[in-house]
Ligand binder design. Sequence first.
Ligand code: HEM
Length: 179
Amino acid sequence: MTRLTDTPDRFGPITRFLHWGMALLFAAQFLSAAAHWALPRENAIRETLWSYQYTLGTTLFLIVLLRGAWGLANLPHRPAHSGRVGQAAVAGHAALYALMIIVPATRLLAAAGSDRGFSYLGLQIFAPHETEIAWMQAPSELHGELGWVLALLVLGHIAMAVIWHRLIQRDGTLQRMAG
Ligand code: HEM
């Protein structure tokens, strides 16, 4: 029977499913953000892509928490990182996780303190306040900028996996996640 958890030789099917599912969803989220940034306000493609920014962003926030918990539970028996490059990889992954949580959290905090309230998949999560709570809005001023920093980190992550691990070192790292 296939083992669901990670082992020192390879990532298990749940880790791989979460990893590639998140990759796909983050690509869609960055596409929505890029269209918002690059296209004029009344553009129909911009509107369509923007229409899922809140829902997909919230979904990603929940999946990241799930993935983080699953990663921590698997930490003692997943493929290890060694040497300087390994330490840099651990630091890079920690930064990725931190931003994957902070970026959506800044906007969700703003929604929690807003005068409009916030619904997710038709369910009211935050009721509207009579007036906006200023300190809850403040971190969201950095949401867009931090989102782009996250996009750059993701690009770096892909470059390391493909160029360093696959083409230069040929150490099987990418295959362990590809399955
Ligand atoms: C991991 C999840 C998310 C990522 C990667 C992300 C990324 C981004 C990026 C890069 C921008 C800048 C677009 C531009 O320059 O025009 C942006 C803007 C925005 N996002 Fe997100 N976002 C996420 C989650 C969310 C969530 C959960 C919400 C709402 C609940 C949200 C609401 C907004 C809004 C209103 C803007 C436009 C105003 C601003 O830049 O702050 N986003 N997002």
